[in-house]
Design a protein around this ligand. Structure first.
Ligand SMILES: Nc1ncnc2c1ncn2[C@@H]1O[C@H](COP(=O)(O)OP(=O)(O)O)[C@@H](O)[C@H]1O
Ligand SMILES: [Mg+2]
Length: 242
């Protein structure tokens, strides 16, 4: 479904993503892990079209999407969440998701009331229907993460990129969020690439893991194999999280 071929991104002198090659098949939940600064978010920005690769090719369903604009990538069926939630703070939760609905494919003629109805369903799905009229600025971090997921779903994606959706959440919120992502996969049959810093969550929630270090793929494989790989343990050493 998604194929990265020699994908590289340089910022000035820094190589943030270096010759990355991997594929994700339809229906997979793939974890992307690695220490801070490994290039995880940059890789996500390259896939979603926020950044253009310096070199290499990104294919989605057989089509070259390297350097394609974000709205176009979205129309092709790839949606994302942000590590730091980015709602429209002065709009209600409902309107934030309605914007997502309008960003989907073939929506220019949809009425606002239809978009809001659609948005209500997505809010309900993520457990935010009761807060639909709250301004995004007044939502808790946990609710903002759920809102990010609702907005991503509202564009009717086939593939969702999730960036550290669990960061800053407490244990019980993490449990609820993992359950929600499972429910999203069951209900919407989406494929997921999930960036996560916390290994325990990756172990619980993904089927396959790709490890990035210094912008390069260090290794990939089954979560239980990867976390016991001495190279991966070493990559995480020196970090409190280990
Ligand atoms: N827009 C940018 N301009 C310059 N350097 C950047 C930019 N975005 C990321 N970087 C650098 O690229 C490296 C990888 O960052 P990032 O992809 O955010 O890592 P991760 O998400 O794995 O923590 C870091 O050294 C970071 O400082
Ligand atoms: Mg990041």
């Amino acid at each position: 479904m998604l194929k990265l071929d020699g994908v590289t991104k340089k910022f000035e002198g820094l190589v943030a993503v270096n010759n990355v090659n991997f594929q994700i098949e339809e229906g997979e939940i793939v974890g992307l892990i690695g220490p801070n600064g490994a290039g995880k978010t940059t890789l996500m920005n390259l896939i979603s079209g926020t950044l253009k690769p310096t070199e290499g090719r990104i294919e989605f369903n057989g089509q070259d999407i390297s350097g394609v604009a974000p709205y176009d990538v979205c129309h092709r069926g790839i949606s994302r969440t942000y590590q730091i939630p980015r709602p429209f703070p002065d709009m209600t939760a409902l309107m934030n998701v309605a914007v997502g609905v309008f960003c989907g494919k073939n929506r220019p003629n949809m009425s606002l009331s239809d978009a809001m109805l659609d948005a209500s369903h997505f809010l309900e799905f993520v457990g935010l229907f009761g807060k639909r009229n709250m301004l995004a600025r007044d939502l808790s971090l946990f609710d903002l993460r759920a809102l990010e997921l609702a907005r991503a779903l509202a564009t009717t994606p086939k593939f969702i990129l999730i960036d550290e959706v669990m960061a800053g959440l407490n244990q019980s919120e993490v449990t609820i969020a993992i359950r929600l992502i499972r429910k999203i996969v069951e209900e919407f049959h989406v494929t997921i690439m999930w960036i996560e810093h916390i290994m325990k969550i990756i172990m619980e929630a993904t089927q396959r893991v790709v490890v990035l270090q210094y912008g390069e793929v260090l290794t990939s494989g089954l979560p239980e194999v990867v976390v016991n790989d001495p190279r991966v343990i070493e990559a995480y050493l020196g970090e409190k999280i280990a």
